[in-house]
Design a protein around this ligand. Sequence first.
Ligand SMILES: Nc1nc2c(ncn2[C@@H]2O[C@H](COP(=O)(O)OP(=O)(O)OP(=O)(O)O)[C@@H](O)[C@H]2O)c(=O)[nH]1
Ligand SMILES: [Mg+2]
Length: 451
Amino acid sequence: MVLDKLGSSLKDALKKITKIGLVDKKAVIQLSSDIKKALVAGDVNIQLSKDIAQKIRDRALKEKPAKGLTAREHTVNIVYDELTNFLGKEFEEIKVSKKPTIFLLVGLFGSGKTTTAGKLAKYYRKLGKKIALVQTDTWRPAAYDQLKTLAEKTKVQFFGDARERDPVKILKAHEKEFKKFDLVIVDSAGRDALNKELIKEIKDVNKVLNPDEVLLVLSGDIGQAAEDQARKFHDSVGVTSIIITKLDGTAKGGGALSACAVTDAKVKFIGVGEKLDAIEEFKPKNFVSRLLGMGDLETLLKKAESAIDKETAEKMAKKVIKGESLSLQDLYDQMEAMKKMGPLGQIMDMIPGMGGMKVPKGALKEQEGKMKNWKYLMDSMTPQEKNNPEVINASRIKRIAEGSGRSEPEVRSLLKQHKQMKKMTKMIGGGRNIKQLQKMMKGKGLKLPGM
Ligand SMILES: Nc1nc2c(ncn2[C@@H]2O[C@H](COP(=O)(O)OP(=O)(O)OP(=O)(O)O)[C@@H](O)[C@H]2O)c(=O)[nH]1
Ligand SMILES: [Mg+2]
């Protein structure tokens, strides 16, 4: 998970107060001191860490819990609130409604501009947008091929010119075609530092392109220095949004995120890996709930939504919320969607109540292996059997095993798994039984609904 260490020390701090019987002054002071330490260790500015801790302490001691909240819930809520505030409060989506919407990506060498251009292309293509990627980086020889390959991988249009040295000419040569696209994403050249030459180049490109968004790409590993970089870029070329990359591989991400929260341009996306789908919209609220282990159903649903079609996602979410049971067909659809969503471990972090659970890596691998075989089994079932697995008797089990080239015990194990899934969706639907669900999962060694 992103900001693993910061997350686990914040969770530990909160765990202390969920364990003790009484949340008294001493406990609150301890909590705020633990949180301050966690933030400082996560590279958040010391003064800022102190301020946050102080606010949490003051509010937890002064404010009366809202009706229906225990003192403990009240305190956790304040922690959540204050951490969300310091990461930028409300999230405002980048609108891609005007045609064409134009993004210009800027940043220093190696910050992740080109990779991010590819990621954004994939992200918005999944939302149904028609995309063009444009390379104006004439500085680095490999830049042209790098973005062209990404465009081929994501199946979007590519514009560029490997021989032209002037970025403005490249833009002029293609600008007429831009209006055929919903979103035109323009990559640009980086430099070691924001110098006159880079400023001039970005200004020239800016003038011809007149982009709707100037997105500054910053590498998370620069930590608090992100603030200075963001301000300088903003003052000289006008930045509308920030993307922080490489949050998967740095302990300094807390520093970078919190530092940018105080600038005029807000962080809109974060990069969480080298692969093309390793990008997420940065919503402070969701981010903090994940960090604190409260789960992040919204992000999960969104991922599911882009993987499966919207209709299936809504259908499934409704069933879970109503506590209705899911059919084998749903399990199958979910598995199909999961394949596109990434490893199970990543998904677990996003399910409320499960973020804090430590699941042995082996168990996840084994589960992923099992899923493959279930697919074969389900391919041998009739639609009726998938929708209503109760009809599957001994002779059907035999037929399914033979048809799929798997064994009868495997069919039985799948049916058993489905039964458990049904039970669990009922619990999640009830909403109150996460604890019970976790207990059951621990006992059985990872049996998630639909996984
Ligand atoms: N782990 C991780 N690596 C990333 C991420 N984003 C980019 N990278 C890697 O960072 C390196 C630099 O990425 P590029 O996209 O080429 O950076 P750039 O800003 O275009 O670099 P220049 O064109 O040289 O200025 C590559 O090895 C990427 O794979 C991320 O979110 N996580
Ligand atoms: Mg590049």
